[in-house]
Design a protein around this ligand. Structure first.
Ligand code: PAF
Length: 275
């Protein structure tokens, strides 16, 4: 695996790389990332990953400073996963001065769900991904469905800007007890880790009820929030949405996803399930 720390270096390597398939990450890789990298292999001849903890997508007080940085272990895992190139710029390489141009996703995509609780988050994500895309110039890029709203926002960005990049979803990878893999799971105490799979169980029950015809979404959502609360969680939302645009469904809509975000102790977890 070739490691590139500079924009010039990765650009030069990409010139002769053939069809480039890109997996952007913030590092601290888990099996979910590795599954994306393995999946990438089938879509092109050069698998390129990036590691960059993007300050722009964190709000003051969020976990930017404590976000786990595990570069050596990540490199080892990427070599095993068959990644050809890693772009791992220092912050000063990607943001040599404060970023003043931004990609501003529309409020109906970026101020709902995660965007309501993390204002500016998707602006930061879209801006860095646009920047990474313009540096790496991939023909395809993979993003996990664990961050369902992120996948939707980035797909819409690529479509609206007419970029010739195929945006490919990766399935959420779960621990045997159902907990969706996430770098933030590492923040959980032992007791919280034992409780954490409840989030998946709760949305699984909701999805099952919706599949068998339940259509009082507000009632189902309120019940789920309540179950989380009595088990010590602070839920931000549990919400049924339409898969395509994440807007609220009406009773006759199909193609739904149920999304949830909740805090357990000091750790905020998110998950979702397609119905
Ligand atoms: O999903 C992530 O890890 C990040 O949001 C991304 C897409 C790498 C942008 O920083």
């Amino acid at each position: 695996m070739q490691i590139h720390e500079t924009i010039a270096g990765v650009r030069a390597a990409m010139r002769t790389a053939g069809r480039v398939v890109f997996v952007p990450t913030m590092g601290n890789l888990h099996d979910g990332h590795i599954a994306l990298m393995r999946q990438a292999r089938a879509h092109g001849n050069a698998v390129v990953a990036s590691i960059f903890v993007n300050r722009l997508q964190f709000r003051p007080g969020e976990d930017f400073d404590k976000y786990p940085r595990t570069f050596e272990a990540d490199c080892q895992r990427m070599v095993e996963a068959g990644v050809d190139h890693l772009f791992a710029p220092a912050e000063v390489e990607l943001y040599p001065q404060a970023q003043s141009y931004y990609i501003e996703p529309p409020a109906e995509h970026a101020s709902i769900l995660e965007g309501e609780f993390r204002p500016g988050h998707f602006r930061g994500v879209a801006t860095v991904v646009m920047k990474l895309f313009s540096i790496v110039q991939p023909q395809a890029a993979l993003f996990g469905k664990k961050d369902y709203q992120q996948f939707m926002v980035l797909s819409a960005m690529v479509r609206e800007f007419g970029m010739s990049i195929e945006v490919i979803p990766g399935e959420t990878v779960r621990a045997p007890d159902g907990l969706a893999l996430s770098s933030r799971n590492g923040y959980l105490t032992e007791a919280e880790r034992a409780e954490a799979p409840r989030l998946y169980r709760v949305i699984s029950e909701l999805a099952a009820e919706a599949r068998s015809g339940a259509r009082n979404f507000a009632d189902l959502e309120a019940r789920a929030m309540n179950i989380l609360r009595i088990n010590g969680w602070l839920p931000d939302y549990v919400a049924f949405r339409k898969k395509l645009d994440l807007q609220s469904p009406s009773a006759h809509d199909s193609g739904l996803v149920v999304l949830a975000a909740a805090r357990l102790g000091s750790t905020r977890l998110i998950d979702n399930l397609e119905v």
